[in-house]
Design a protein around this ligand. Structure first.
Ligand SMILES: *[C@@H]1O[C@H](CO)[C@@H](O)[C@H](O)[C@H]1NC(C)=O
Ligand SMILES: *[C@@H]1O[C@H](CO)[C@@H](O)[C@H](O)[C@H]1NC(C)=O
Ligand SMILES: *[C@@H]1O[C@H](CO)[C@@H](O)[C@H](O)[C@H]1NC(C)=O
Length: 630
């Protein structure tokens, strides 16, 4: 049904005052919006659907929620409690976005491309970032030749405090290993979860304790943690659960490890993903989450409030209580660590779909420039750490480009960037000229570490070898505890899985010496080796999921994936929208064989959790219903 018909059909309802809307025949609205979902097959019809939702939003937040729950139930996209939980939790952001949206605008098209793939990605809007000084003629410093430091990177821990050993691993919810119903209880199921974890579930606390012990035994100089404390029970999670999760995970980190620099994940607030800018009404601001994170972070980074100024020169310059970002100089070093909040640029943060979309939410880009400029002036090196990789398909293209402009300006100062979020093992390269991507134009490297939670492969952490003067990455070793090994449930053993220099470097001729940095050019050359020798690509492809359920990847898929590695500026990542489905660039398992949105028993990665994939699932179910003539 086209919008005009919808309007006609709803005309009597649309003129009821808001107070009476609850008495209006909800089932008519549900049917109309469900029909609009079925009709949404291209950009125009997706805009019409937004128009219908906007009308429903006109009757208030509760009404929009009831309509969306009804549509979710009609679509059978998920169990009713999951539909209701997700729609209720994330509604404030969706309502705000839909109510204020102008149908047909850049914002509306971004939403239809990002969430359901029905519009082309709109062109990146130009934005003039202000740099205090021109780019100097400066290069990456050569390695010092000194013995390297060990730095551990772990991410996406997602501990589920309600994990129950012996409970059912074959439930119908997004995560299992909990007693959702009597038949899921320990002793009642023939598919019991082991004590240390299951690929259908988030991690038990014991697994995290085992990993912390393994990390501590490596004696790292310090560690980085790129976020996502909270489990994927996204239809249930609330503020109390998030705070308890922070307490348990950060408490455990504090008990086992020394200095740790963390970043905020998209799950590290409730409702998840919703991080409004300061231009939105204050009632939406998750200040409690920033405050809770900040107090844990202060404990970990050793920066007590009184000693900021002396010990951490820049701590006073950070926005510790403002939006989950900070900049800190590592003690007795010339390394500045800048942890920024990438959730502002996340396509599942519904509060970002403002009219017009903000260029620089909370002024974070301006702040990053300021911090990088100070670092450049002080001859410091910088690590940028964050949760969502800037080249990820889930990152807004506009903001990916703006961020990359900043990276380009300060490429000689930035030693490397570190991310998590995708649960998979990957990297992203920045270039001074994306039309001409080669080893000479490659100028920054982002490391994307795989998760501890085992939903997409064995739990893992990474150990970098770091030059103690330039803070460049000389090598890394990926560690895993092999979840398919029968002894895993008795005692996970953390073993080296592969090493970057040995296992990637050996594919280059000549292979780099031990004394060489893993430069952006090195990583570019690895992508060239992937093009020239499919076995190099296959190794990368298998390592993404630590060998777990490795999907096939056709020649075309290989080209796209290699291009994605060369796409730190997301508009150049070659990822195409797929109508009806919102695919993850690096979610190969999902992409190729059994896309999780197509399966009722869908176990999410963090880039596939909550309202957004639910809407995509509803859109998919709508197309199935349409094809079946329902
Ligand atoms: C966790 O909560 C306990 C009890 O309130 C408190 O003593 C402890 O300091 C908290 N730990 C962290 C890391 O927040
Ligand atoms: C993990 O364990 C399984 C089963 O023992 C084995 O087949 C596989 O090779 C192991 N993987 C690694 C990376 O060691
Ligand atoms: C990358 O490959 C080019 C061309 O083969 C070569 O000249 C350059 O030295 C290589 N750089 C690295 C770091 O491997």
């Amino acid at each position: 049904m086209k919008l005009a018909f919808l309007l006609a059909a709803l005309f009597p309802i649309a003129h009821l005052p808001e107070a009476q809307a609850a008495n209006a025949p909800l089932d008519i609205w549900v049917k109309q919006i469900w029909n609009e979902f079925k009709d949404a097959v291209d950009c125009g019809t997706c805009q019409a659907l937004l128009g219908g939702l906007k009308l429903a939003a006109g009757f208030g937040e509760e009404f929009l929620k009831d309509v969306l729950i009804g549509v979710c139930d009609s679509s059978r996209a998920d169990d009713p409690d999951v539909c209701a939980g997700i729609m209720t939790n994330e509604l404030p952001g969706v309502y705000y976005a839909i109510k204020n949206m102008h149908v047909g605008s850049h914002t509306a098209k971004t939403l239809c491309s990002a969430l359901v793939g029905l519009c082309d990605f709109p062109n990146v809007r130009p934005y003039d970032l202000k740099f205090p000084s021109p780019k100097p003629d400066k290069r990456r410093p050569p390695p010092s030749g000194k013995a390297p430091l060990k730095v551990v990177h772990f991410t996406d821990t997602h501990v589920d405090l309600s994990y129950e050993a012996g409970s059912n691993s074959e439930c119908t919810k997004p995560i299992c290993c909990r007693t959702f119903e009597a038949q899921d209880a320990p002793g009642m199921t023939s598919n019991p979860c082991g004590p240390f974890g299951n690929t259908k579930c988030d991690a038990p606390e014991q697994l995290q304790a085992s990993m912390m012990t393994a990390i501590a035994s490596m004696n790292p100089a310090f560690s980085i943690y790129t976020g996502d404390v909270v489990a994927h029970d996204v239809w249930l999670v609330d503020k109390a659960e998030v705070l308890e999760d922070f307490n348990k995970t950060y408490g455990m980190i504090e008990a086992h490890l020394g200095l740790v620099y963390p970043a905020m994940g998209n799950h590290d607030t409730a409702p998840l993903n919703l991080v409004p800018s300061d231009k939105l009404p204050g009632r939406f601001n998750p200040q409690w989450a920033y405050d809770a994170l900040t107090s844990s972070w202060f404990a970990l980074t050793g920066a007590e409030s009184v000693s900021h100024a002396t010990k951490y020169g820049s701590y006073s310059a950070m926005h510790p209580n403002k939006y989950g970002s900070y900049s800190a100089v590592h003690p007795n070093s010339n390394l500045r660590i800048i942890s920024y909040n990438s959730i502002f640029y996340y396509k599942y943060n519904f509060f970002s779909y403002t009219e017009p979309m903000e260029y620089d939410p909370d002024g974070q880009f301006a702040w990053l420039i300021n911090e990088l400029q100070s670092a450049e002036s002080a001859n410091q090196r910088v690590w940028l750490i964050s949760h969502i990789p800037s080249g990820d398909i889930d990152h807004f293209r506009d903001h990916s480009h703006y961020f990359d402009q900043i990276v380009q300006r300060y490429e000689a100062t930035i030693a490397a960037l570190f991310y998590g979020h995708t649960h998979t093992d990957a990297f992203q390269i920045s270039y001074s000229d994306y039309k001409n991507r080669n080893h000479n134009t490659a100028n920054s490297i982002g490391y994307i570490a795989p998760s501890m939670t085992p939903t997409s492969g064995s739990p893992s952490f990474r150990v970098y070898e770091i030059d103690p003067e330039t803070y460049a990455v000389m090598d890394y070793t990926q560690y895993i505890a092999n979840i398919t090994d029968p002894s895993f449930q008795a005692n996970p053993v953390w073993i080296p899985y592969y090493s970057a220099k040995k296992d990637y470097g050996s594919t280059l001729a000549p292979s780099p010496p031990d004394t060489a940095e893993l430069t952006p050019a090195f990583w570019h050359n690895i992508t060239v080796a992937m093009e020239n020798d499919p076995s190099v690509f296959d190794s990368y492809w298998a390592r993404r999921t630590r060998g777990y359920k490795v999907p096939s990847c056709s020649a075309d898929c290989q080209r796209t994936q290699i291009c994605a590695l060369r796409g730190a500026d997301a508009q150049y990542s070659c990822v195409k929208r797929t109508p009806g489905l919102s695919l993850s660039k690096r979610g190969g398992v999902d992409e190729v064989r059994d896309h999780p949105l197509l399966s009722k028993r869908f176990h999410p990665e963090c880039n596939h959790a909550g309202m957004a994939p639910l809407l995509a699932k509803i859109a998919y179910q709508a197309q199935v219903a349409r094809a079946n003539g329902e």
